[in-house]
Design a protein around this ligand. Structure first.
Ligand code: ADP
Ligand code: MG
Length: 287
């Protein structure tokens, strides 16, 4: 199919603010978390979404997967409005777009073993009972975990292992689009590297379309082909990842880059030990 796999059209999300009393009197104002954002994601794109805390990244993600409804505007999945697709709760659209959260511990049922969590997800996808166990093991393997994980409960795993389980569960649905919201922020640096390498491999091997939300520009540079810079609910700059990071045109992007201690290019992330060191970023636009 041609055309964007995911499109956001003039997407706006606002929240009531002020106390309940103000709202009761109709005096409450609204806080605009996402402000008229339009965006096309092409099949196979690996898109980094960056911006300071509160810039609307998670709001964008939750609207894109249908966890929240926009105040106005539309999300299109292969050209079809998500609002229309959502009328069919069990529709295939639900399988096609999956999300991984920052802290998968809270997203995993503490009383269910890892194996059961995965086989139940496979059942949702319609995998036959007899095939579920083998596929669950294969999923664990895909994310670099052994079959010995299957009988364990979430609390018996390390944070990095749980994050992989979260990823395996999302992949169990065979999604076309994966949205990962700060998926490695709760992990220490070496585990971050492992999960980033895994995501990188999965996008290549499975042809996944990935939206990778992060405030870590170095990780985005390692993983992503495109970058979107958000500020106060708006997209201030976007383009090919290296172009934008090496020749930022918006002052806010420059500010974000200058806030990285050793510079994005200078910091060799452990996620890319086999990547050639790049030239330091030139300040293209003097001024
Ligand atoms: N449910 C909500 N109610 C009120 N305000 C919200 C809600 N969700 C998010 N916000 C506000 O919207 C802004 C954007 O939040 P968010 O999308 O989580 O930003 P980010 O993920 O970039 O840190 C923040 O100022 C946040 O406080
Ligand atoms: Mg967030």
């Amino acid at each position: 199919m041609t055309g964007p796999i995911l499109a956001l059209r003039n997407l706006t999300k606002s929240f009531p603010q002020g106390g309940a009393f103000d709202r009761l009197l109709g005096r409450g104002s609204r806080f605009v978390a996402l402000d008229d954002v339009s965006l096309d994601i092409q099949r196979g794109d690996v898109v980094g979404i960056v911006g300071e805390s509160g810039s609307g990244k998670s709001t964008l993600a939750s609207l894109a997967v249908g966890l929240a409804k926009p105040t106005s505007g539309e999300v299109l999945l292969d050209g079809e409005p998500l609002s229309r697709l959502m009328r069919n709760h069990a529709g295939p659209w639900r399988r096609r777009i999956q999300m991984v959260f920052q802290d998968s511990s809270s997203a995993l049922n503490p009383r269910k073993t890892i194996g059961r969590c995965l086989t139940e997800t496979l059942a949702l996808r319609g995998v036959e009972r007899g095939a579920r166990e083998a596929e669950a093991i294969a999923l664990l393997e895909l994310v670099g975990l052994g079959p010995e994980m299957a009988p364990r409960l979430p609390h018996e795993l390390s944070g990095g292992q749980r994050q992989r389980v979260g990823l395996a569960r999302a992949l169990a649905m065979k999604p076309d689009i994966l949205i990962a919201d700060e998926p490695v922020s709760s992990l220490d640096v070496s585990l971050q590297a492992q999960v980033i390498n895994l995501l990188s491999r999965l996008t290549r091997e499975l042809g996944l379309t990935l939206l990778f939300i992060s405030h870590d520009l170095a990780l985005v540079r390692t993983l992503c082909t495109r970058i979107i810079v958000m500020r106060k609910g708006q997209i201030v700059e976007q383009g090919p990842c290296l172009d934008v990071l090496e020749h930022p045109s918006h002052p806010y992007t420059r500010l974000l880059i200058s806030a990285v201690p050793k510079g994005i290019a200078g910091r060799r992330t452990p996620a890319s030990p086999d990547m050639p060191a790049r030239e330091p970023a030139r300040s293209a636009n003097a001024g």
